[in-house]
Ligand binder design. Structure first.
Ligand SMILES: Cc1cc2nc3c(=O)[nH]c(=O)nc-3n(C[C@H](O)[C@H](O)[C@H](O)COP(=O)(O)O)c2cc1C
Length: 168
C-alpha cells in the first residue's frame, strides 16, 4: 500500500478504540497514526491515502479539532489523494443527524479534489436523516458504540478488507 495515515483525536475514547482496531486489521504496519489535534495542511499532503476518524458532535457538527482545520483544508489541493472516513455516532439519540460529520468533512474533501472511498450500505442502520448519505450508502463507515457496539468489530474487519482494494 502507498503511504497511509490514520488521523483521529488521541483524546477520544471511542474513535481512538476504532482507530486501533482498524490499524490492527491492516497487515501493512507502515501506516502512521496521527493526532487530529496537531494536524496541518502540510502533513495532510504527505500521504497518498488517509483514513480519518470523525465523530459527530453538537447535534450534527464536527468536533472542534476537525472544525478548526476546515479553513486550512479549504486552501489545499487534494487531487490524487484517497480518503476513507469512519465516524462514531448515535442513531437512537440523534436520528436526524446520524454521523453527519462524515458527510460534512467528506464533501469538503471532495470539493478540494480528494477521492472518497470506503462507502458502506445504509440498510443495517436505523435513523431518519444523515448528511453522510449518498444514494443508499454512507460516504464512510458509521460506528454506533451506544446502540450497536457488538457490530463494531465485524464492521471494521469488513471495511478494512474493502479498503485494501480501494486505497492506493
Ligand atoms: C452532546 C452530544 C452530541 C452528539 N451529537 C451527535 C449527532 O448529532 N449525531 C450523531 O450521530 N451522534 C452524536 N453524538 C454521539 C457521539 O458521536 C458518540 O457518542 C461518539 O461515540 C463520540 O465519539 P468520541 O467519544 O470518540 O468523540 C453526540 C453525543 C453527545 C454527547
Amino acid at each position: 500500500m502507498e503511504k497511509t495515515a490514520i488521523i483521529y483525536s488521541f483524546n477520544t475514547a471511542k474513535t481512538a478504540q476504532a482507530a486501533r482496531l482498524i490499524y490492527e486489521n491492516f497487515s501493512d504496519k507502515n501506516i502512521e497514526m496521527i493526532n487530529a489535534e496537531d494536524i496541518t495542511g502540510e502533513k495532510f499532503l504527505q500521504y497518498k491515502n488517509l483514513i480519518l476518524g470523525v465523530p459527530t458532535w453538537f447535534d450534527g457538527e464536527l468536533p472542534n479539532y476537525w472544525d478548526e482545520f476546515v479553513p486550512e483544508l479549504e486552501e489545499l489541493d487534494l487531487n490524487g489523494l484517497r480518503v476513507a472516513i469512519f465516524g462514531p455516532g448515535d442513531q437512537k439519540n440523534y436520528p436526524e443527524n446520524f454521523v453527519d460529520g462524515i458527510g460534512i468533512l467528506g464533501r469538503l474533501l471532495e470539493e478540494r479534489g480528494a477521492e472518497l472511498v470506503g462507502f458502506v450500505p445504509a440498510d443495517e442502520y436505523n435513523f431518519e436523516k444523515s448528511l453522510a448519505l449518498r444514494g443508499d450508502k454512507f460516504m464512510g463507515l458509521p460506528l454506533d458504540f451506544e446502540n450497536q457496539a457488538s457490530k463494531n468489530k465485524e464492521r471494521i474487519i469488513r471495511w478494512v478488507n474493502q479498503l485494501k482494494n480501494e486505497l492506493y
